[in-house]
Design a protein around this ligand. Sequence first.
Ligand code: CMX
Length: 460
Amino acid sequence: MLCFNFTTPKFNRNPYSFSMDLIKERFKQKADEVGAEIKQMLKEHGNKVIGEVTLAQIYQGMRGMTGLVTETSLLDANEGIRFRGYSIPELKEKLPKAPGGDEPLPEALFHLLLLGELSSQEEADLITATLQRRSHVPNYVFDTIEALPVSSHPMTMFVVGIMALQNGSHFAKSYAAGMSKKDYWDATFDDSLDLISRLPRIAAYIYRRKYRNGEHIEPNGLLDWAGNFAHMMGYESEGFKELMRLYMTIHADHEGGNVSAHTTHLVGSALSDPFLSFSAGMNGLAGPLHGLANQEVIKWIFEMREALGVDLPSKDQIAEYVKKTLSEGKVVPGYGHAVLRKTDPRFTAQMEFGKKHMPDDALVQTVWRIYETVPDILNGLGKVKNPWPNVDAHSGALLVHYGMVEYEFYTVLFGVSRALGVLASLCWDRALAMPLERPKSVTTNLVKDWLQGKDNIWGE
Ligand code: CMX
């Protein structure tokens, strides 16, 4: 448990910087402990074999191939995600909340991901205040976004905004000035905090530029990170703020192998600074098989409702439409997963939110009917390994309920949240001095030679 003593003379700064200094110190202490354990573990067990790699795996997206260490979360195929050992229902209960709110504060999740410890309310509030304090976005970042056509996809604007921020990277500046390896983690930590503080401002700017005639809303320094994000986008209801707190918490991390997390880690392994690494991860999130699926889901539901001419299609109508989608050689967005083999608990958490706040909403009910219909159909195809819904199957309908109908923006929301997980992981990568990632690849000709029994084919 962290302890904050504002009168300690060691830190003659404002209390918020003081608290982050303590969190930073605690992080470094933990990372040093874990680093020493790993060193010893590798000395004793470094040659132990973890699994085998099949030919199918190297051709088929490395499914199930353990090849990474990510400290912040772990995904079980049947149970779903655990953040530092805590399931989503446990986090909903244990993480601090905003005043009067029921949903967890994402900044408290960040504390957990970073330190592996639940935060007190006071600690969460101090992180909120720190993020507020660091949230200034220089004008040239907005100017850079403005240089793009307003028709650009919001994810393109988001990545461009992140890249414009890179000019302020502590890591890049310190590296250029000859920073020692032992200080990499420190500059990564500062860049990560700056990014997390500023992303909501950039995202809200993009939203208001593209969908609200460029009428921007100043931040409210009294609100929590997600609440302020909702406010800057122009959503003032407590319901939407609560949704943003839940949304930002459950989308934050999904262990290390998913495209956005793995890309951030991979690019970071070249010592690209957190801005370069995170923006690379966001380019991966913008793919329709990953984060863009959230826009695809609601687009698909809107198209279905329009084609059928009803607000709440029956299960039979949904089944017909699903079959049509499949017959056109398309996937059913929001269903399936590379690792999960059951309903995603992130879907369930959103379903519970829907039942509590908007049980009679026709679009939300449509999502539930799709859930009752699609798994059987996908199962019937005989090839889909996971017929159950993932996180993206539900999120759009909740957003539409509060008036956010601009579904092209949805992946940006996912991206703001994902920063919490992948940047906490990047801090760990640097603190544990993770090396350049560089797996071996082969050619099909080499594989064919190997199958014909040629010796010494892998260059051993
Ligand atoms: N609809 C139709 N077909 C599907 C399907 C779906 N929802 N999910 C999987 N399949 C198909 C695959 O396309 C594949 O078909 P082919 O053999 O013809 O190529 C077959 O079933 C086997 O695929 P799989 O092993 O079950 O799934 P993968 O691990 O290869 O892919 C995923 C996982 C998520 C890309 C896939 O399920 C999919 O495309 N889902 C729809 C898109 C989606 O919702 N993505 C979001 C995932 C969560 C996130 O990252 O945000």
